[in-house]
Design a protein around this ligand. Structure first.
Ligand SMILES: Nc1ncnc2c1ncn2[C@@H]1O[C@H](COP(=O)(O)OP(=O)(O)O)[C@@H](O)[C@H]1O
Ligand SMILES: [Mg+2]
Length: 261
């Protein structure tokens, strides 16, 4: 079992192409329990492709994946969730006509004999929200259709945390939110890490990244330009890593950054 501080997931030398298009080049990426890793990069840099490789949606062409220190193959979404890897995609995939507890157990319902064990699911949903100090939803029996954008995001994140997951990947969780709801979701992201998860935060928003991330991995045209501690870099440097692949001493060698253009 990994403890806080050990890498729970480590990708080494990962390559991924779609046909003739080489999207990810020798990517190294590692995650630690208790930490938020921001994954940043311009549109088309390969962020979604990278998380889909981790989530078992895309097979990788080459490279190694270690989970809890052991080599693994992630050959489908089921294999990813069995390891404890959960992804919250931007569309959230919540069912409006169901309540919060039903959504958190959607597709993985608990049963008592042949009937659904509503009581146990309701309790587990409530406990998970309490563990994450969520105070923005009143009842787990509330219909998801009645929730605000921030509350929906909260439910989707809590759902990902419910399954004894170790790695929770969030794709732009604050992109559609106003200031107050962004604040609540960022607090929740921090608490996810503080309760022992390894969190990946994909974000374009430097304020969000600097507020909540412990480390930053910058992708530039499918290559890792930098994997740095948040307190070692400035906003401006991260923007340069995203747009040019390098910033001062950080990032890809000048010829590599130039050749990729
Ligand atoms: N299923 C696919 N088939 C072909 N090309 C793809 C596919 N998915 C992504 N790509 C290409 O891979 C590159 C990286 O895309 P993506 O991972 O979506 O980047 P990001 O999420 O950082 O914006 C882009 O050039 C994109 O066109
Ligand atoms: Mg994307």
């Amino acid at each position: 079992m990994a403890k806080n501080g050990d890498p729970v997931l480590r990708l080494t030398g990962l390559n991924k192409s779609f046909g003739a298009v080489h999207v990810l080049h020798d990517v190294n990426f590692s995650l630690q329990l208790g930490q938020v890793m921001a994954l940043v990069g311009d549109n088309g840099a390969g962020k979604s492709t990278l998380i889909k490789c981790i989530a078992g949606i895309h097979p990788i062409d080459s490279g190694q994946i270690e989970f809890d220190g052991r080599p693994v193959t992630i050959d489908g979404p089921r294999a990813a969730s069995d390891l404890g890897i959960e992804v919250v995609y931007q569309d959230l995939a919540l069912a409006d006509n169901l309540d919060i507890a039903q959504n958190m157990f959607l597709g993985r319902e608990r049963r008592k004999g042949i009937v659904l064990d509503e009581q146990s699911m309701e309790e587990a949903a409530r406990e998970t929200l309490a563990r994450l100090s969520v105070r923005t939803v009143k009842s787990v029996r509330q219909q998801v259709a009645s929730l605000s954008g921030g509350q929906r995001q909260t439910v989707a994140i809590a759902k990902a945390a419910l399954w004894e997951s170790k790695v929770v990947i969030l794709d732009e969780p604050t992109a559609a939110l106003g200031v107050a709801q962004t604040r609540q979701v960022l607090d929740l992201v921090r608490r996810l890490a503080d309760t022992g998860h390894a969190v990946v935060l994909i974000s374009h928003n430097m304020n969000d990244v600097f507020e909540v991330a412990d480390r930053i991995t910058a992708l530039y045209l499918g290559q890792v330009a930098a994997d740095v501690s948040t307190d070692e870099v400035s906003h401006g440097q991260v923007v340069e890593l995203i747009t040019a692949g390098r910033s001062g001493d950080l990032g890809l060698a000048p010829q590599v950054a130039a050749e990729s253009i």
